[in-house]
Write a protein that binds this ligand. Structure first.
Ligand SMILES: Cc1cc2nc3c(=O)[nH]c(=O)nc-3n(C[C@H](O)[C@H](O)[C@H](O)COP(=O)(O)O)c2cc1C
Ligand code: SF4
Length: 483
């Protein structure tokens, strides 16, 4: 992962823990309405992919155990990991692109409601993503993937050469020389692996995205509703299709790119279709970026505009993340796929303990507060969810009481200690196992390996019925804690 040049090491800063009475009287543990649904607290576990479904995307016992473990800590809301709305192979990532996924998701919603004693609402993050190939061997790229054009012939001076001769020639060149003969896109495909963009309107399936996505998202949302899931989070963040429509880099010329209102058009159309399908009573919101954190990308002003438009359209909540783009991802090894959390924008999304002068905690607070203010100034009271390095009651409480956000989420801290919300609420903050922001979990995510936390995945391995990774070396859920 990318690291800031300063490389300052940070320890977690939990501050002072509240006693039981202080916690119970706090804002963080106060209910809040998301549309027609009430959360019992403003505590939230945002989406985290644990790579535990079947290869077809069906809920497994490991998926149930993962969410059950978070539910025991009784957060106000848990958002199920990014769940694919299309039937495309994507490894052990949950999917919801067909009715056959409903029974597994129903079991999941029942499990969470039961394990939390009815304290936790369960939302699901719905994702669409475009295809990405692994980085190819150069020889394979030149022999099989590169489309030889007249432009190549002209620039190489290869009039009269056979296509094979051109391929063989290109394969002998070093990367500097290739820069003279290949387009930037071809160089990117060779260097990083081919990746579709929403601007590839020369491909019919990309051109047609605005025609097909509203229905695909609505079908998925209806399935979630049937499965007893309490609400929808449309994934408009990070490196995926909907975020790419919002991006300042989207220059489509069909009314879905370029200006701010054109870039917001498809996200608003998807929301309108979903709303129509699931009705006004069912919570629907989205996660989007306070800043793409890439050169030429959308910034906080763009995000404030989108926030107001999404609130005006009637979204029930808005959750803010940042960064996490392919544009500045590190070059993957040959045979591996690029991962959108390896560059500077990835760092902004999941900052690690090795940081800059600002540090890894609360980097998303200021932009989120600006976006919330723009939404409030426009007359909307849509709840705003904030995440990023939060592991302290004091910090969460300060954010809420100063009006920087309405709900404070923590992903990695909840993974490090799924009981931490409950411990804090019970006045037992001293027992919280603090996340060190090592990003060991994120490294597992990158390799599409079952995600665990390094603070607990090798302890108490002889507990009865403990689920283990395929190699038997890691336990898959945190040890039990009894209040
Ligand atoms: C293992 C892992 C998987 C993640 N998967 C998702 C995801 O599916 N969707 C999403 O929006 N964010 C995902 N995130 C980002 C988190 O939701 C969160 O925004 C980020 O980790 C910063 O919050 P934190 O500092 O509290 O961890 C993931 C993070 C981790 C560590
Ligand atoms: S592995 Fe555990 S301690 Fe390290 S960042 Fe992830 S949750 Fe935190």
């Amino acid at each position: 992962m990318w690291k800031p040049t300063e490389k300052i090491r940070y320890q977690p800063r939990p501050g002072k823990w509240p006693n039981k009475i202080e916690a119970e009287g706090s804002t963080w543990f106060t209910p809040i309405k998301i549309g027609q649904v009430q959360l019992k607290a403003r505590t939230w576990v945002p989406a985290m992919v644990p790579w535990r479904s079947t290869e077809e995307g069906i809920v497994t016992d490991q998926v149930l155990a993962w969410y059950e473990r978070f539910a025991k800590g009784q957060p106000g809301c848990i958002v199920i990991e990014a769940t694919g709305i299309q039937e495309v192979p994507s490894g052990p990532l949950l999917r919801i692109g067909h009715d056959r996924f409903i029974p597994g998701l129903k079991e999941l919603s029942d499990t969470v409601h039961l394990a939390s004693g009815g304290q936790t609402k369960l939302f699901i993050q719905l994702i669409d993503f475009l295809s990405i190939r692994r980085r190819p061997e150069p020889e394979k790229y030149f022999q099989r993937f590169l489309n030889i054009t007249d432009a190549h012939r002209a620039v190489i001076g290869a009039e009269g050469w056979t296509e094979q001769e051109i391929r063989d020639h290109l394969n002998t060149l070093d990367s500097n020389e290739l820069g003279n003969f290949l387009t930037q896109r071809e160089l990117d495909d060779l260097r990083m692996g081919a990746r579709e963009r929403v601007t590839d309107v020369q491909f019919d399936h990309i051109k047609q995205l605005p025609n097909v996505l509203p229905e695909l998202f609505s079908d998925a949302a209806e399935r979630a509703q049937k499965a007893g899931i309490d609400g929808i989070e449309l994934h408009y963040a990070h490196a995926y299709t909907m975020a790419s429509f919002l991006s300042r880099k989207n220059n489509r010329e069909d009314g879905y790119g370029g200006s701010l209102d054109n870039r917001a058009r498809l996200p608003l159309e998807v929301f309108a279709a979903v709303r129509k399908r699931v009705g006004d009573e069912y919570p629907v919101g989205c996660r989007f970026l306070s800043d793409e954190c890439i050169p030429g990308g959308s910034d906080v002003d763009d995000a404030a505009y989108f926030g107001v438009e999404l609130a005006k359209a009637g979204m029930d909540f808005l959750s803010l993340s940042r960064g996490g783009k392919f544009d500045d991802a590190k070059q993957p090894g040959v045979g591996e796929a690029a991962y959108p959390y390896t560059g500077q924008s990835g760092y902004e999304c999941m900052p690690s303990y090795i940081s800059d002068n600002f540090g890894p905690f609360g980097r998303n607070v200021e932009p989120t507060a600006l976006i919330r203010k723009a939404i409030r100034d426009a007359g909307f009271d849509t709840p705003i969810v904030l995440a990023g390095g939060i592991h302290s009651f004091e910090k969460a409480e300060a954010i809420l009481n100063s009006g920087e956000a309405d709900i404070v989420a923590s992903a990695r801290q909840a993974l490090a200690d799924p009981d931490w919300f409950l411990k804090v609420k019970l006045g037992r903050g001293e027992e919280v196992r603090l996340c060190t922001y090592s990003n060991y979990c994120e490294g597992l995510d990158q390799k599409h390996k079952v995600v665990t936390c390094k603070l607990w995945d090798r302890i108490e391995m002889d507990e009865p019925d403990v689920q283990k990774s395929a190699d038997g070396k890691r336990r898959l859920i945190a040890p039990n804690w009894t209040a």
